[in-house]
Design a binder for this molecule. Structure first.
Ligand code: DOR
Ligand code: ZN
Length: 429
């Protein structure tokens, strides 16, 4: 294991210190002389945060390696400042057995750029009919703790109840893609004035809110942990606030794109803006930001959803929903939450590292930047501005909604357990 001295860096944007990284941990914090044989990183002007943790990443392997692989997605994650990601189960084959989740976990270990924690499917084949082998996935080498049919909701309330009860045995959590499917048949964009003007079938906010309301009642009834994926409406924030106030064990995430973009973008008919749940209104964006700031929404999660060109560069109706997110998440969160004064750097670290690590059960991640803690961290330049170039992305796919856009804050280096995965803004492998 190597030794690194990170000189003059500002933890959480505070006063500059040196961080000595040795044997995978933060060995010293303060004014530290450079030990013989140690490599140095010039941290002046940079802020340090705990390595980011993503609760919601689509890596597409197995099955759609033309869109992303565990390795290319891991590289994109490291470049975005992440040290751990949760790989969603809607692969082909679906990650609904111990065999598939172990395969994804092993591929993550081989890539070695971030910790890849597979998410297990709740139902066999995401079909919503029978529970998958949740216990076997939890007991497997991948030690699955988060279960989700994401891409699809668990629509059957009885199955949802059974899943919530089942995962209690190993302190697991069911992450629901909250969408009442009967209300979203044929839906193409947020139901509202924009969709009406464009003649697109609407995806009503109530389809999300009804499912969240049902699930917080179920989770409260059986005393289990529920996590709500990609919350997108003001009403959802209100329901979560109510559920938390009455003590329900519910957590929630919001994506960077729902914190920044609105359904007005559908008017371009550019499918790069097609995503599920859809982009909503400016009022929803404001409520999501407020909910993230006050802790009603616990975490930022990317919903990084790479798609091959032929699935995205087609007409709006035929295009797959989803956007890239890993390499731009930190910058978009800084733009939406820090530059607006809604969160400081500690608040951002809580929502992009500590909270998602707790929700996912990752004890080694999202820890404080302090002596003796694991040296999984990100160094970023808060003053830098950069222009998003889809061609430069480490992802196999190109479907970023921010192409050509200038964003604040740039990741300079990422360390995973004391070893750099990114240096000078470039992946080490
Ligand atoms: O936009 C989305 N894309 N939403 C989802 O729920 C699934 C995801 C995907 O897998 O592409
Ligand atoms: Zn989803």
């Amino acid at each position: 294991m190597s030794t690194w001295l990170i000189e003059g860096v500002a933890p959480y944007g505070g006063d500059p210190v040196d961080l000595l990284v040795r044997d995978g941990v933060i060995a010293e914090v303060g004014r530290v002389g450079r030990p013989r044989g140690a490599a140095a990183v010039d941290g002046r002007g940079l802020a340090a945060l705990p390595g980011l943790v993503d609760l919601h990443t689509h890596l597409r392997e197995p099955g759609r390696e033309d869109a992303e692989t565990v390795e290319t997605g891991s590289r994109a994650a490291a470049l975005g400042g992440y040290t751990a990601v949760h790989a969603m189960a809607n692969t082909d084959p679906v990650a609904d057995t111990a065999g598939v989740v172990e395969q994804v976990w092993r591929l993550g270990r081989e890539a070695g750029l971030v910790d890849v924690r597979p998410v297990g499917a709740v139902t066999v084949g995401l079909a919503g009919e029978r529970l998958a082998e949740l216990g076997a996935m939890a007991d497997s080498a991948a030690r699955v703790r988060v279960f989700s049919d994401d891409g699809m909701p668990v629509a059957d309330p009885q199955l949802m109840r059974r899943a919530l009860e089942y995962v209690k045995a190993f302190d697991g959590v069911v992450a629901q893609h909250a969408e009442e499917p009967r209300l979203t048949e044929g839906a193409q964009a947020n139901e509202g004035v924009v969709a009406a003007r464009l003649g697109l079938t609407g995806w009503p906010a109530a389809a999300e809110e009804a499912m969240i309301a049902r699930d917080v009642l179920l989770a409260g009834h059986v005393g289990s942990r529920l996590h709500v994926c990609h919350v997108s409406t003001a009403g959802s924030v209100e329901i979560l606030r109510w559920a938390k106030a009455r003590g329900t064990r519910v957590t929630a995430e919001v994506t960077p794109h729902h914190l920044l973009l609105t359904d007005e973008l559908a008017a371009t008919y550019d499918p790069v803006y097609k995503v599920n749940p859809p982009l909503r209104t400016a009022e929803d964006v404001a409520a999501l930001r407020a909910g993230l700031a006050d802790g009603t929404i616990d975490a930022v999660a990317t919903d990084h959803a790479p798609h091959a060109l032929e699935d995205k560069e087609t007409e709006w109706g035929a295009a797959r929903p989803g956007m890239l997110g890993l390499e731009t998440a930190l910058s978009v969160a800084v733009l939406a939450m820090v530059e607006t004064g809604l969160l400081d750097w500690r608040g951002l670290a809580e929502r992009m590292a500590a909270a998602p690590a707790r929700i996912g059960g990752l004890a080694e991640h999202g820890r404080r930047l302090a002596e003796g803690e694991p040296a999984s961290l990100v160094l970023m330049d808060p003053a830098a501005r950069w222009t998003v170039d889809p061609v430069a992305s480490a992802s196999r796919s190109r479907n970023t909604p921010y192409a050509g856009r200038e964003l604040p804050a740039r990741v300079v280096a990422t360390f995973l357990r004391g070893e750099p995965t990114v240096l000078d803004g470039k992946a080490v492998r």
